[in-house]
Design a protein around this ligand. Structure first.
Ligand SMILES: [Fe+2]
Ligand SMILES: [Fe+2]
Length: 241
């Protein structure tokens, strides 16, 4: 899992970088985000097998051994497969999780995680990172999302997923239509009350950038359209049951 993969580093926002790893014709590509602050954060730890690629990309921006926080949404290979490799790389790094994910990590991880409750934050230096508990949203019971308060960036994990290798930002309609179409086609997020609860929680925030794990990021307007479209699709889907 090395030669066929393309690695692309882009600026998502000031001091926030997107590292995208994916095959040119793959179904989806994988975005990892690096927040550069006094306490640097790696958001999405990547697959175990692509650790070397991600390590080299992180090293182009900062010393990977200096990472202070490791974060992800839910217990799944693309989110945290390489967690132990990162814990070995960065001796002071803490893994930030919600209470539901903590039980998996207490068994799986080399060091115990730091458990944050809903709405609790860690100070990074200039900015603050807040954990939001969002069970089953975008999927998995243990799901949480992270919000960078000062820059109003939501790290939305699989929320807004689009297929293929995509630029860091895209044309106004493109990522919104693609993300809604993919959810309608394969329903990788559960339809029903958990989706509504997750959307409502996000609608109470000011989100300037929705950083997606797969595909282009959404700006403020695109995020508003996407969340509204998701609610409408959820109503249609639940009504059809
Ligand atoms: Fe996922
Ligand atoms: Fe994912």
């Amino acid at each position: 899992m090395t030669e066929q993969f393309k690695v692309q580093i882009d600026t998502l926002a000031q001091n926030v970088f997107r590292i995208c790893i994916g095959e040119p014709n793959g179904f989806i590509a994988f975005n990892h985000f690096l927040i550069v602050d006094e306490c640097p954060v790696l958001m999405h730890l990547g697959h175990r097998q692509s650790f070397d690629l991600l390590y080299r990309a992180v090293a182009e921006i900062l010393d990977p051994a200096k990472l202070r926080y490791l974060a992800f949404s839910h217990y799944e290979a693309d989110e945290c497969g390489a967690l132990n490799q990162w814990l070995e790389t960065a001796p002071d790094a803490e893994v930030l999780v919600g209470k539901i994910c903590a039980s998996s990590l207490r068994d799986f991880a080399l060091r115990p995680p730091t458990v944050l409750h809903d709405g609790q934050s860690v100070l990074l230096g200039r900015d603050k990172l807040i954990l939001l508990e969002t069970p089953h949203f975008p999927h998995n019971w243990d799901a949480c999302l992270f919000y960078l308060k000062g820059q109003r960036i939501l790290f939305g994990s699989d929320l807004g997923t689009q297929k293929g290798l995509q630029p860091v930002y895209s044309e106004p309609d493109t990522p919104v239509k693609a993300a809604l179409a993919l959810q309608e086609a394969i329903a990788f997020m559960p339809w029903g009350p958990h989706l509504d609860a997750g959307v409502q929680k996000l609608q109470s925030l000011q989100i300037d950038i929705l950083a997606t794990m797969h595909g282009s990021a959404l700006n403020q307007q695109q995020t508003t359209q996407f969340l509204a479209g998701l609610t409408q699709a959820n109503q249609r889907s639940v009504g059809a049951l």
